[in-house]
Design a protein around this ligand. Structure first.
Ligand code: PCA
Length: 216
């Protein structure tokens, strides 16, 4: 049986939970067609998160990796298109590190594109009534770091594996502690969304040719 690896992060920034781990843990052990889902939690720490990811890649040899992270303030399920070779942390990570303007891989390419069919994934999510969009920045914190490291590992290791990153909104209970107007999404919708996104990725070896671009 082929394996799908889902990753979520531990809480960071003073939050008691991270919706990415709360969501992916619910899918651990599930089957989607002839694929088995494995979900793992990663540290919210530069370097460490990548070390843990590499161990999980070697252990599970997945054919598809969807890394998931919290993006507080976003209102949609955001399929990331690009990871950049840059760490620039606004806050310290969980190990106390705050890299500023450093590359993730010295001499690595400036950026990697996802190899998941993100347009098809967004279309499937919207079809199912869940707000979703293509995003053109995964930020410059641990999520972008992990996404870049994942794509670098796939390319360098010549892994037969597709990879990408999904940013998700706060849960309602988190948004309730933020200023009024902060968007959120319920955990059942997020879990459903991750499943729909995976199904779309499995059904589309190539992406749809529809626009996911923005004018600004
Ligand atoms: N979100 C952070 C790091 C961990 C997470 O869930 C980010 O977007 O970089």
């Amino acid at each position: 049986m082929k394996t799908i690896l889902l990753t979520g992060f531990e809480p960071f920034g003073g939050e008691p939970l991270n919706p990415s781990w709360e969501a992916v843990r619910q899918l651990d052990g599930q089957r989607r067609g002839d694929h088995l889902i494995r979900a793992v939690q990663l540290s919210c720490a530069f370097g460490q998160a990548l070390t843990e990811l590499k161990t999980e890649l070697a252990r599970h040899q997945p054919v598809l990796v969807l890394a998931v992270g919290q993006a507080g303030g976003r209102s949609e399920l955001s399929l990331e298109r690009v990871a950049i070779n840059l760490d620039d942390a606004r806050i310290s990570d969980n190990a106390g590190a705050q890299p500023i303007d450093s590359s993730i891989v010295a001499e690595g390419p400036a950026a990697y594109f996802t190899t998941l069919p993100i347009k098809a994934m967004v279309a499937a999510l919207r079809e199912a009534g869940l707000p979703a969009a293509v995003s053109h920045s995964a930020g410059t914190y641990v999520c972008n770091h992990l996404f870049y490291g994942l794509m670098h590992e796939i390319v360098q290791g010549e892994l037969r594996c597709r990879g990408g990153f999904l940013h998700i909104p706060y849960l309602p209970e988190q948004a309730a502690r933020q200023p009024a107007g902060t968007p959120s999404m319920g955990l059942p919708q997020i879990v459903q969304g991750v499943g729909i996104a995976l199904d779309a990725a499995l059904h589309h070896e190539r992406d749809l040719v529809i626009s996911g671009g923005t004018t600004h």
